[in-house]
Design a protein around this ligand. Structure first.
Ligand SMILES: Cc1cc2nc3c(=O)[nH]c(=O)nc-3n(C[C@H](O)[C@H](O)[C@H](O)COP(=O)(O)OP(=O)(O)OC[C@H]3O[C@@H](n4cnc5c(N)ncnc54)[C@H](O)[C@@H]3O)c2cc1C
Length: 397
């Protein structure tokens, strides 16, 4: 890259939304740059070890699994199922979900991007400044771009532009972060009775002081690979003082998560015969952040829009996942749509009239705190990312 590079579309953030945006823009023929600060693409689905895609399927499960959004969400979901050796997604209560291996998501997203001749991917590169027009500062380089898409999850570009462009829920309401890690070598099938038995053992150990209180609510889920298990714990993270944009708090979260993983791993190995042969914990690159800053776009999608399955004239994508609220570390509170019908996400949630050429998608799109409980899931992020990529490619000043 030369010190001043010109692109038609620049996507900042290579998670589900960013990868879909970059693929969609480049497939329209736009010279596209995707910038990701971590080494691997995939965002939370890779680096925080989130291992289940939600929001990929129609909310009416009575007809079996039906893909909700055509294009990249269907393409990537199908490819992940093939890599995981799965014929069907899992029906969990009233919704279909797709389990995946984070390593599969990382390799698949890298391969899909590498196959696009108009797309350049820069990993290990962090955007630090932005000026309208648009010029992006990336380490010691300047990138000029006709259109820019913010898929950082944290609305980073809105925050660089000023306070009028973004919102953040109060600390007490923010969906809790979580720490996810994995191990291999479980010698039994992780079925429901074993999961419940382990949950009860953990509760007893917390009561006896053998595990920290933060371990309460730890859940185990089998990966598509036999013997591999993902372990997740929601964290209070300072409760009423939690600020996901504060670096010190993020660092504290990492050390709390690592210590907890070690303690739970030690406990599992010594408390049940099926766990004596498990491998040491595989830790994530970073803890999982469910909610931080959101863009304020031309329209702010509300929980009511979703619950009533509202449709829009300028519809860009469909949402079908229930509102999964996690305002405490004690587990989710679900609110389902009134009817098993999808809701629309309008294009006006992915742009702001006052900022021509700026688009946003994924978990930092323009919605309220309650609506985020649904649209933040990765299947929906793929769909809004795809829509933002198409809009950015078509943008002319
Ligand atoms: C613990 C946990 C469990 C979850 N469980 C599920 C689940 O079961 N199913 C589901 O579908 N969803 C789940 N989610 C939600 C889902 O993982 C996220 O909401 C989704 O991944 C958001 O996608 P995104 O692309 O918007 O953002 P992210 O995945 O957060 O990606 C944003 C990317 O931007 C990059 N970035 C940020 N700043 C910069 C910068 N300055 N320069 C360059 N790059 C930058 C980041 O490194 C990151 O890769 C869960 C989330 C968490 C935290």
């Amino acid at each position: 890259m030369s010190p001043h590079d010109e692109y038609e579309v620049t996507v900042v953030g290579g998670g589900s939304a960013g990868v879909a945006a970059a693929l969609a823009a480049s497939r329209q023929g736009a010279r596209t740059l995707l910038i990701e600060r971590q080494q691997l693409l995939g965002g939370m689905g890779t680096n925080a070890m989130v291992h289940t895609f939600c929001g990929l399927f129609h909310p009416d499960v009575s007809q079996g699994p039906q893909w909700l959004n055509p294009g990249i969400p269907t393409e990537l979901g199908t490819a992940l199922m093939q890599r995981g050796g799965m014929e069907e997604p899992d029906l969990m209560g009233r919704v279909y979900v797709l389990r995946h291996r984070p390593a599969d998501l990382a390799s698949l997203t890298a391969e899909l991007c590498a196959a696009e001749p108009h797309l350049t991917v820069l990993t290990g590169a962090e955007v630090t400044a932005l000026s309208p027009g648009w010029t992006i500062t990336l380490n010691d380089r300047l990138i000029h771009s006709r259109a820019v898409i913010d898929t950082t999850g944290d609305a980073l570009l809105a925050r660089l532009l000023g306070h009028s462009h973004w919102d953040l829920a109060t600390s007490a309401r923010l969906y809790r972060p979580a720490y996810v890690w994995s191990f291999q070598g479980l010698s039994a099938i992780l079925d429901e009775p074993l999961r419940l038995h382990v949950a009860a053992l953990i509760v007893r150990a917390v009561k006896a002081g053998a595990l920290p209180a933060a371990a309460l609510g730890t859940t185990l889920r089998a990966s598509p690979t036999r013997g591999e298990v993902f372990v997740s714990t929601d964290l209070e993270a300072g409760g009423d003082h939690w600020d996901p944009l504060d670096l010190d708090q993020r660092l504290h979260l990492e050390s709390e998560g690592r210590a907890l993983a070690q303690a739970v791993w030690d406990f599992l190995r010594s408390s049940h015969p099926s766990f004596t042969t498990i491998t040491p914990p595989v830790l994530p690159v970073h803890a999982g952040i469910r909610e931080s800053a959101r863009w304020r776009g031309d329209y702010v999608l509300s929980a009511d829009d979703l619950i009533r399955s509202r449709r829009f004239e300028d519809e860009a994508a469909l949402a079908g996942w229930p509102l999964e609220m996690r305002e405490t570390a004690r587990g989710p509170r679900f609110r389902y749509f009134d009817q098993p019908e999808p809701a629309g996400i309008p294009a006006s949630c992915l742009r702001a009239r006052s900022l021509p050429g700026m688009f946003f998608a994924g978990r930092c799109l323009s919605c309220d705190h309650e609506a985020l409980a649904s649209v933040r899931v990765m299947g929906t992020c793929l769909a809004t990312g795809q829509a933002a990529g198409q809009m950015a490619a078509a943008f002319r000043p």
